[in-house]
Design a protein around this ligand. Structure first.
Ligand code: SF4
Length: 78
């Protein structure tokens, strides 16, 4: 089974911190220079440790749908 890829869309992020509080090993808030905090995936995030249940939770955790979980095979087909 391929490992899904996680993408964050910074322009949709509200900076609420929910994803960071739930998965601090994956997400971090940073100052993007526009006066607000937005989320990015940590440079040392180890996605291989996430379970299928984690991915399902990540898919729905963001209130503004700023986080996408993309199946790598589907992404390659685009
Ligand atoms: S849950 Fe969504 S809106 Fe909140 S910090 Fe994470 S990416 Fe941003």
């Amino acid at each position: 089974m391929p490992t899904p890829t996680i993408r964050v869309i910074p322009s949709k992020c509200l900076g609420c911190g929910t994803c960071v509080a739930t998965f601090p090993e994956i997400f971090e808030l940073y100052d993007d220079g526009s006066g607000g905090m937005v989320v990015r995936i940590k440079s040392d995030a180890d996605l291989s440790k996430l379970t299928p249940e984690d991915y399902e939770r990540i898919k729905t955790i963001c209130p503004s749908m700023a986080i996408e979980v993309v199946d790598e095979e589907a992404a390659d087909a685009q």
